[in-house]
Design a protein around this ligand. Structure first.
Ligand SMILES: Nc1ncnc2c1ncn2[C@@H]1O[C@H](COP(=O)(O)OP(=O)(O)OP(=O)(O)O)[C@@H](O)[C@H]1O
Ligand SMILES: [Mg+2]
Length: 551
């Protein structure tokens, strides 16, 4: 029910188009339903007593042709308008899904494969879209026509109509029977398809590792096995689909034969005129088409249902608070206090336990500690990428849990331990955190990060494209860009998480020498293992067992 409701909310802006299309469909069905009636009239006109000239047959036939032409025209209008409405509904759905996925906390992505999430956008949305624009669009006139045909058949000869209507419970039984097999099959198939995307997505991103460890054969086999699993499931599904439509059609045909048998008796008794019989059979014929179509719709619905369930699951995940939820953190001086901080990742032992630390505004504090001590985690908590399990973090005495994420993150610059760069130009990467930057500022930041010289030597300088995640740059160059990007943002608080770990000693020395200027006036958390970097710190603390052990 919620699925239907959420779909309706998305469709709401297009209700006028949808209403218009429904009217068109009603007209289309009405035109289709007039044909058998006209057929009856033609029969009556043709079967005049011997000698009498068939009156008005030509006009009637022309009328029937006109009805077919009208149907064709209305079908075109429907397909066009409804198709465009459903396309836009899907486009809305896609952007809404993307916005939602973007707003989800990092923990969501740490719990599942990225490929599974991508499958929502690359596969499930299209399944649903195809269902809306193809199947549902076909379904509505189908139901109108079937309903109308049954009603008109009842009008002509209720006894006969009831015989034709017998096929409905039979049809229902058939659906129920197949439902049990089709539903789990559809769900599993979509899961396996998402897995295939996930494997391909991860592997293609890991190609250097696959090649250097010469694991091509194994990975190829793993992918092949996944594709084979999909193949087996689609074979099962195909069997059901292949049986579904002919079975439905057979039931419908059997009903027509039954009607014919009954009708021939009634015709002999004179209870039914030939014209009525022709109309009746034409209506019955009209009924078989939708019945077979309904079987197909049923199969498609099962398929779309799985996609809908997966989309809904993702949509029900709680996003981070909206960018303007909470008070706006005013421009800060940069005094930071971690008070009794406790935190652990889901299903893992605690990383931080009662951590207390004070950093004065403008201080450069070096944080050292073993791998896995929780240094990067501390930075994540300051940015509220995760929420602490216990304790508080205060900036200028304001609890960051109460401020808007936007106003908090705007004032913190980060060079993360794992540098993240976009497949864009050097300039766009540096300017990422600063709207409408000036070239002079970009260059100044690049110089401060000791990046300007190598950028100047790139083929197109600042306009050079750096490839996916910056693959066309060396590790140290990537890190210098990330540093320039953080400096250009000009934040009062700066987190440098191993920001010079990949610098050559000379580059590091130059950067550190210039640091006094660059870092002046900011509060800097300098997470590092490098003795050279420690020299620029005002104070050094060590993290151990979730606490600060040495001030
Ligand atoms: N997303 C995550 N999910 C679960 N556990 C995590 C996650 N990220 C880190 N951890 C664990 O939390 C602990 C602290 O990790 P953290 O990255 O903060 O260490 P660190 O002090 O920065 O280490 P390093 O010096 O290697 O950078 C580690 O034991 C790590 O395995
Ligand atoms: Mg770290």
């Amino acid at each position: 029910m919620t699925d239907v409701r959420s779909l309706l909310t998305i469709a709401a802006p297009y209700r006028m188009t949808l209403a218009f299309c429904t009217v068109l469909m009603l007209c289309e069905s009405a035109a289709a339903l007039l044909v058998p009636w006209a057929g009856g009239l033609v029969t009556a006109a043709v079967l005049q007593p011997a000698g009498a000239a068939p009156a008005g047959v030509g006009a009637l036939l022309a009328g029937i042709l006109g009805l077919f032409a009208l149907q064709a025209l209305l079908k075109f209008g429907n397909t066009w308008f409804l198709g465009s409405a459903s396309d836009r509904i899907v486009a809305d759905l896609k952007t809404r899904l993307y916005d939602h996925l973007q707003a989800l906390p990092l923990s969501f992505y740490h719990q599942r494969r990225l490929g599974d999430t991508l499958a929502l956008l690359t596969s499930d949305v299209y399944v649903l879209g195809g269902y809306l624009s193809g199947t549902v669009v076909a379904l509505v006139p189908l139901i109108f026509t079937a309903g109308g045909a049954v009603l008109l058949m009842l009008r002509i000869r209720p006894q006969l109509a009831l015989a034709a209507v017998i096929l409905i419970p039979l049809f229902y039984l058939l659906m129920k029977l197949l439902d049990r097999r089709l539903r789990p099959l559809s769900a599993q198939l979509q899961e396996e398809q998402a897995s295939a995307i996930a494997i391909a997505q991860e592997n293609l991103g890991m190609l250097p590792a696959i090649k250097t460890f010469t694991r091509e054969q194994q990975e190829s086999t793993r992918f092949r096995e996944q594709i084979d699993r999909i193949l087996r499931l689609t074979a099962g599904q195909r069997g059901i689909y292949a049986a579904l439509e002919p079975a439905a059609q057979f039931i419908a045909a059997a009903a027509i034969v039954l009607v014919l048998a009954l009708a021939s008796a009634e015709l002999a008794d004179g209870k039914l005129t030939p014209a009525q019989l022709v109309s009746f059979l034409l209506y019955a014929g009209l009924l078989t088409r939708p019945v077979a179509g309904l079987a197909d719709v049923y199969g498609q619905t099962q398929h779309a249902w799985g996609a809908m369930v997966r989309l809904r699951q993702a949509m029900q995940e709680s996003p981070e608070p909206g960018r303007h939820i909470g008070v706006s953190l005013p421009a800060v001086k940069g005094e930071i206090e971690f008070r009794g901080l406790g935190f652990g990742y889901a299903g893992r032992p605690a990383v931080l336990q009662g951590l207390d630390l004070q950093v004065a505004a403008g201080e450069t504090l070096a944080i050292v500690g073993q791998n896995g001590a929780g240094k990067s985690t501390l930075a994540h908590l300051l940015l509220r990428l995760y929420e602490p399990a216990a304790g508080r973090i205060l900036i200028d005495g304001i609890d960051i849990a109460t401020v808007s994420l936007h106003s908090l993150r705007r004032q913190i610059g980060v060079v993360p331990q794992h540098v993240l760069l976009f497949n864009a130009t050097v300039r766009d990467n540096i300017a990422y955190g600063r709207p409408e930057p000036v070239q002079a500022d970009i260059e100044a930041a690049a110089r401060a990060a000791r990046a300007h010289d190598f950028i100047a030597q790139l083929p197109q300088g600042y306009n050079t494209l750096i490839g996916d995640r910056g693959v066309r740059l060396s590790g140290g160059q990537q890190q210098r860009l990330a540093l320039a990007r953080a400096l250009l943002k000009d934040p009062p608080i700066l987190i440098l998480d191993e920001a010079t770990a990949m610098f050559d000693p000379q580059g590091e020395a130059e950067f550190l020498l210039a640091c006094r200027d660059t870092l002046k006036g900011r509060t800097v958390l300098l997470i590092t293992h490098r003795p050279a970097s420690l020299a620029v710190a005002d104070r050094i603390v060590r993290m151990e067992q979730g606490r600060i052990v040495q001030g």
